[in-house]
Every structure is written in structure tokens, then in C-alpha cells.
Ligand binder design. Sequence first.
Ligand SMILES: Nc1ncnc2c1ncn2[C@@H]1O[C@H](COP(=O)(O)OP(=O)(O)OP(=O)(O)O)[C@@H](O)[C@H]1O
Length: 337
Amino acid sequence: MGTVKILYELKNLQYFHEEKRVLNIDKLILEENQIIGVFGPNGSGKSTLFSLLSFITKPNYGQLYFNEIDSRKLDFSLKQNVVILPQNPYLLKRTVFDNIAYGLQLRKDTKDLKQRVFEALKQVGLDKSFINRKWNQLSGGEAQRVALAARLILKPKVLILDEPTSGVDTNSAQLIKEAIFLAKQKWDTSLIISSHDHNWLNHTCDKKIALFQGELIESGSINLLFAPWQKDLDGNLVKEFFCGQKLIFENSYSKKRDSIAMINSEDIYLNKKDKNAIKGLITSIHKEPHKNEMLVEFVIGGICLNSKVSNDEVKEKKLLPGNEVEVTIDTSKACWI
Ligand SMILES: Nc1ncnc2c1ncn2[C@@H]1O[C@H](COP(=O)(O)OP(=O)(O)OP(=O)(O)O)[C@@H](O)[C@H]1O
């Protein structure tokens, strides 16, 4: 097995907008060659994180390392490895060709330019006939794909996509997903993506991290429950697992059916009997570094979840991989995205 290379490392990083702290991340490691999905409700700090990762802004406190180099010491050529497609990308008031070719022209890398523009167009599912269209002769989904093609043509090492599916239809969202997979496959591009289309993001990414009020919900121990949801008679969201077991989220009647429930591992208890208890099967148990606790991973109807349990409790309750356990999820502590 090859060794995994670290792409970014964030340590005690904080970012402030005026007096308000909008990002506070103790530790985060992002590895190469992954599609990382960043989940979080409006205002949770996703775009702020993306501008730091693409070196548009600098942290107020703490360190950000890229390829093991402190971001304050990165030279321009290394920074060029990271390309961002911002939320509501701006198109130049020119043709599609000019828009897609612009980045390469800036970099004075114009060999076979026309051919490369055609390839980039093709990668986002647009044909050659678009080349002479003006920026204002495109639909929202086409404009978004042209903006993506303008980034893909640079074959970046890292591509950060902030809401690439906002305002696009299902067909464009699917074409964007395919373009992302191709970039990863062809050029080993690492991708960091946010989207409020949770279903799309969940099916696109290899790894998930989530932000809530500027704080990272620890990626190793975060539990995300995705749509589909059912509603009970009171309108509350109900998760029905494949095995038929159900989990009711009380007081969730105002939540939309495509919401995601984020549940901290500390709010899941194993082996306690309760009316809301459901059965799970332990798949693995890992020791938490420098802590007197274990991360117990288990499945309910094919969905993997985890719970933090103290070493003493693991021994006392004889929790072992392969054991069936009763699981109590404190749904009142769930954060909704
Ligand atoms: N220029 C700014 N000045 C002051 N506050 C800002 C500024 N930009 C963002 N913020 C605040 O920073 C916080 C994080 O915003 P950010 O845009 O990073 O969130 P987000 O998760 O990307 O949200 P969304 O999903 O709505 O795009 C929010 O509370 C926001 O109001």
C-alpha cells in the first residue's frame, strides 16, 4: 500500500471578521487525492475556510501548512497549484473561448490552446458550438460549467469548489460530478467541495468534514444521517434504517426533508436500554490517541456510526467487534444542516 500524503494541515487556526470569530479549528489534516465534502449550514464558515485554503486570506492566528510548508512561506508557483471556483463565479464579459483560455494565457502557457479549450468544454459536457457564445448567452447551468472548465483547463493539483451546484439543474449537477471524477482520475486532482445539495455531495465525496458555527465537527467521530427521511404523524423526521428500525427526531417538524442530522459521537450511548434504543452491530473498536476512551464503530442497517466510550465501559460492557448492542441516540443534541 502506498503512503498517504498530507495536503493541508491546520493547527489552532482562527479567523475573525472584524471582532467576530468565524472559524476556530484546533486541528485538521486533509490528505491528497481525495474528494472532500464540506458540510455545514449557512454561515458555518465554509467559504471562509475555502479562502484560507486557496491563500486568498490569511489566518489571524494559528498555522496553515500546504504540502508541509507554512502558508506564509509559500511562493507564487506553489500557490498556483490551488485553484478555486468561488460561489457565484464571475465570467468575463467576453466569449466562452476567452473565458476558458484566460487562465492559461495569464500563465503564458498557450501551446495547443484551442484544442485544450475544446477538451475542457467537453469535460463539462458542452460541445464546440459554445466556443463563440458570449457570456450573456448562457443558461445558469451552462455558465457554471464554463466557469468550471476555466479551472479544469489548468489541471490543478487542488481544486476547491464553493457551491458548484447552486442554481443548476439535475443534469448540470450530474455533468459537474462527472467532470470532478475525471479530474481526480486523470490528473490526481484533490477536490474540496461544499454544496447545499447534500445528496449530491454525499454521492460525490470520498470523505466528509462538517463545520458548525465555525468549529469543526471532528471528522473521525462525526455522524451524519442523510435523507431520505420519513415524517411521523406530528411531522417529525424519522430515519428508517434498511433493517426496518426507526429513529424519531422529536421537535424536528420544521426541518426540510433533505436535511442532514449531525450527531456527535459523545451523544450516542451503547448498551443502555431506552425506548428509543435500536440495535446495532459493532464493526471495530479503536483507541483514541492520548485519551482514556475508545471510538466504537457500529452499523445500523448498513449505515456506519460511531460512539465514544470510556476504556472502563468497553471492558465492563464487554463490547467487542461482532457484538450486537443497544444504541441510544440523543436526538435532542443533533445539529441540523
Ligand atoms: N466580509 C464579511 N464581513 C463580516 N462577516 C462576514 C463576512 N463574510 C462572512 N462573514 C461571516 O462569517 C461567517 C461565516 O461565513 P461563510 O461565508 O464562511 O459561511 P458559509 O458556511 O460559507 O455560508 P453559506 O453556506 O451561506 O455560503 C458568517 O457568520 C458570516 O456572516
